[in-house]
Design a protein around this ligand. Structure first.
Ligand SMILES: Nc1ncnc2c1ncn2[C@@H]1O[C@H](COP(=O)(O)OP(=O)(O)O)[C@@H](O)[C@H]1O
Ligand SMILES: [Mg+2]
Length: 459
């Protein structure tokens, strides 16, 4: 069960505090009871002594003349009852209440004990005094007992206020902690309102001023997240704007071509030309749309498919697709793919996306290399990695352009059709497969070598 922060904090405070109150209450009750017992026993003894003083020999016999002061000592508003008994030599009752019980043991010292009389609890002291008279010695035992009302009252008066004070403190804590928390949690609630009241597109950092320092890391983390979101949204927005702009060009062209085709009288040959132009425009749009979809797909999959993909099969299939395009430009398209069992070039990922990666690189090489050039796709195992390379002997990419070729819609100056998305797609797919892409120069400083390093499949 999820308890509220209030309840938790309250528990943390109240449980130990309550335990503390109980323990101190017990300890102080014990101390107070001890004090009350001492006071009561002292009063009993002093009363017994006063009675003992007034027992004397009279004509060879002992007489007890109990002074009222001996019992007045107990006078209190609590109406305690006092009993006494004077016994000579352990048997002859000289006076008092015969039912008052004697001590269980004889002692020259005063003996204190608890007893009952008429069903009431009493505290009793037995005190022995030796009385001498012309060679005679008689032990006289004075027993004084009293009910416990004043003792209870004393106990209560001493102990209860203290206990009540501690309970009050406990109640105060129980009341103040939730109140304090409500006040202290206000900044958090403000933070929450600040977040919930935002418009969907309002991606400003949250204000941290006035917040307790414990909350700062949370706000910092949220702000960091917001900053990333902001960058992401900005790139996304830029991407959509760029894509729209790129699609507008062939669309405008198509529009012009359609206007041209409908406005005038044309003979069949001109019309065929116009139609061919229109086909190129729509092809360009189709290519662009396909590339955009591919890029969107590569970007949006947080982790791609985890199939076991044989790169040699992917390369073979791409070369098969592109062999006609290469032949058209008299390009010698070849492959050098390791497929010995020990060297298997398996990687983990999506066959479709890896196909797109290889296709984009080989397609670039075929397009940008001069007619009669050479394009080779290489794939080999390198330790924990599979390395795929496309090598051509074309113009290569000048150093100043290398930093930009991976940007979306960036295009070189070569008069070749394209969307400027190919290498962005390649990089996105490589990253998605936890791989890297690097550009290099060919063996004799001509052409381009694009190397893609992917983690090899692990069994
Ligand atoms: N094999 C290559 N040889 C020379 N230049 C290349 C090669 N591959 C890519 N480039 C350059 O990089 C640019 C970006 O490539 P890419 O992202 O595939 O877009 P696109 O091919 O549609 O222009 C190209 O316009 C071209 O200038
Ligand atoms: Mg390309």
């Amino acid at each position: 069960m999820a308890l509220s922060l209030r309840a938790r904090l309250l528990l943390w405070l109240m449980v130990p505090l309550a335990a503390f109150v109980v323990v101190t209450a017990l300890v102080s009750y014990d101390a107070v009871r001890h004090t009350a017992d001492l006071a009561q026993d002292a009063a009993l003894l002093s009363s017994a002594r006063t009675i003992g003083e007034d027992i004397d020999w009279d004509d060879g016999r002992l007489t007890a003349n109990i002074p009222p002061a001996a019992l007045e000592i107990f006078e209190s508003p609590y109406q305690d009852q006092v009993f006494y008994k004077v016994v000579v030599a352990g048997k002859e009752l000289l006076g008092g209440n015969p039912e008052l019980e004697g001590p269980s043991r004889e002692s020259s010292q005063p003996v204190f004990y608890d007893s009952t009389l008429d069903g009431r609890q009493i505290r009793v002291v037995a005190y022995v005094r030796q009385l001498y008279d012309s060679g005679k010695v008689e032990p006289v035992m004075v027993i004084v007992g009293k009910t416990q009302a004043s003792r209870h009252a004393m106990l209560e008066q001493l102990w209860r206020p203290q206990f009540l004070r501690e309970c009050l403190m406990l109640a105060l804590v129980a009341a103040l902690v939730p109140l304090g928390l409500t006040v202290e949690l206000r900044p958090l609630m403000k933070l929450k309102d600040d977040l919930t009241d935002r418009l969907p597109m309002q991606i400003e950092p949250m204000r941290a001023e006035g917040l307790p320092w414990e909350l700062r890391p949370i706000v910092d983390a949220i702000n960091q997240c917001i900053a990333q979101l902001k960058v992401h949204t900005a790139t996304q927005r830029q991407f959509i704007a760029d894509a729209a702009h790129q699609l507008r060009t062939p669309l405008t062209l198509l529009d012009t071509q359609i206007q041209y085709a409908t406005r005038r009288e044309h003979d069949g040959l001109v019309l065929a030309d116009v139609l061919e132009g229109m086909r190129r425009s729509t092809r360009k749009m189709t290519d662009m749309t396909n590339q955009l979809l591919l890029l969107a797909r590569a970007e949006s999959s947080p982790s791609c498919v985890h199939d076991k993909v044989d790169m040699s099969a992917v390369v073979a299939s791409v070369l098969e697709d592109l062999i006609v395009a290469a032949q058209r430009r008299a390009i010698d398209l070849g492959a050098d793919v390791a497929d010995g069992d020990a060297d298997k070039v398996y990687v983990e990922g999506s066959a479709n996306l890896l196909h797109a990666l290889v296709a984009n690189l080989v397609d670039n090489a075929i397009r940008y290399t001069q007619e009669g050039g050479q394009v080779t796709a290489l794939c080999k195992r390198d330790g924990e990695h599979v390395v795929f390379q496309v090598v051509d002997n074309g113009p290569g990419i000048p150093a100043e352009a290398r930093a930009h070729v991976f940007e979306r819609f960036y295009r070189g100056t070569a008069p070749v059709e394209g969307t400027g998305l190919g290498l962005s797609i390649v990089r996105e797919i490589a990253h998605l497969h936890h791989g890297t892409v690097a550009l290099g120069q060919g063996a004799d400083s001509t052409g381009l070598v694009v190397s893609v390093q992917l983690p090899a499949w692990r069994n």
